[in-house]
Ligand binder design. Structure first.
Ligand code: UD1
Ligand code: UDP
Length: 366
């Protein structure tokens, strides 16, 4: 029997690792344990509850306004503690958070092979996104097995010298998550708010965007004002810096509803019914195309180029003017909009977790 430790600690990791944890647990040949670092608190626990995944170990490290130094130190020490308590054949981490980096480093120091889910994403700019580009490069360097969501990601790994027989293209497990979340019979106060209007869903939280977030949001506000048939909902990340910028840009604006972070169940269902998405998130860029919802990415670069290549996403930068122009070009031109809405989702078919489990089952020597 293979003993596998899955480590995660933020909302997006949980959305993408819970379907995998549930799939691995179906296999009698795996003994699966989950370590939650608790880099996030409420945003993490609500996802885990939805999927019914309970952690075997919890570090609960989150502190208000935490720094990268603090997260790294606490996750490194905490993961070491778990690896000293129980022996594992494999540690699986996901993506590019500081949880993923520090847990992979702990496993490497403890000489436990690391397996990286959502490997190979690259912008090739170490500061964009910051610190995520470094985190994923470092995790891939430490990893024995890499599960790449797309061909492009696999090629990036091979170009860096990863062994071809240990890189697997699986699709992204985020698409698997919809099986647990998306429902026909969904009702929500945001749908009442948006009745008779086109719904724009906004998310924005990236660390490197924080200094320009106010400008970005003002660009959105100006653009939306030109389209009275549109309304927007912005579930605001609990980071105090994000909250302040959101309140300053949209407080008192009846066209934009600010909410607490939405439960992933609500977010996925609203996303599936949205007209347009404005985001600087990574995961949301992968999710929206599944529902044929065009995505405008408020960043200067993205590791998820597949969306732009497929035509479902556009990079619109993060200045007030570029955001304003980017939104107006899509909301103001039906032909452009329809082309984006009909592009094909390049991020997977909803069976990535099964592929990963099957590959691990085939007893790769680790
Ligand atoms: C982290 C990830 C980022 C990912 C994002 C998803 C790193 C370096 N960054 O960034 O890649 O896109 O998660 O959201 O790992 N907070 C709460 N409650 C929560 C979660 C956060 O209050 O449940 C507040 C806290 O004040 C916390 C702050 O948000 O200090 C920032 O959280 P942190 O995990 O440090 O960074 P994120 O911006 O969430
Ligand atoms: N999400 C959510 N509620 C929200 C906003 C986002 O459940 O209010 C989900 C979203 O569906 C996606 C994930 O959170 O699965 C993306 O997380 P985030 O944007 O915080 O991180 P990133 O993907 O940028 O690392």
């Amino acid at each position: 029997m293979k003993k596998i430790l899955l480590v995660f600690g933020t909302r997006p990791e949980a959305v993408k690792m819970c379907p995998l944890a549930l799939e691995l647990k179906k296999h009698a040949s795996f003994c699966v344990r989950v370590l939650s670092t608790g880099q996030h608190r409420e945003m993490l626990s609500s996802v885990m509850e939805l999927f019914g995944v309970a952690p075997d170990y919890s570090l609960e490290i989150m502190a208000k306004g935490q720094t990268l130094f603090e997260i790294t130190e606490k996750v490194l020490r905490g993961t070491r503690g778990v690896l000293e308590k129980e022996s594992f054949d494999l540690v699986m981490v996901h993506g590019d958070t500081t949880t993923a980096f520090a847990a992979a480093l702990a496993a490497f120091y403890a000489r436990v092979p690391v397996c990286h889910v959502e490997a190979g994403l690259r912008t090739h700019d170490i500061y964009a996104p910051y610190p995520e580009e470094f985190n994923r490069v470092a995790v891939d360097a430490l990893s024995h097995i890499c599960f790449a969501p797309t061909e492009r990601a696999a090629e990036a790994l091979m170009a860096e010298g990863k062994r071809e027989d240990l890189v697997f293209i699986t699709g992204n497990t985020v698409i698997d998550a919809f099986r647990y979340t998306v429902r026909e019979d969904f009702a929500h106060e945001v749908l009442d708010f948006a009745r008779g209007k086109k719904l724009v869903l906004i998310t924005a939280h990236r660390r490197e965007n924080l200094p320009v977030l106010g400008r970005m949001l003002r660009g959105i506000s100006r653009a939306l004002a030109e389209f009275p048939d549109v309304c927007a909902v912005y579930p605001v990340h609990p980071n105090p810096a994000v909250r302040a910028a959101a309140e300053a840009a949209f407080g008192g604006n009846g066209q934009v509803k600010l909410t607490e972070p939405l439960e992933v169940f609500a977010f996925h269902n609203l996303l599936s019914r949205a007209y347009l998405v404005l985001t600087d998130s990574g995961g949301v860029q992968e999710e929206a195309p599944h529902f044929g919802v065009p995505v405008l990415v408020m960043r200067n670069t993205t590791e998820r180029q597949e969306g732009a290549q497929a035509g479902t996403a556009r990079l619109i930068g993060n200045t007030a003017q570029s955001v304003y122009t980017g939104i107006c070009e899509v909301l103001g031109n039906r032909e452009v909009y329809m082309k984006m809405a009909h592009a094909v989702n390049p991020y997977g078919d909803g069976h990535a977790s099964e592929r990963i489990a099957d590959i691990l089952e085939r007893a790769i020597e680790v």
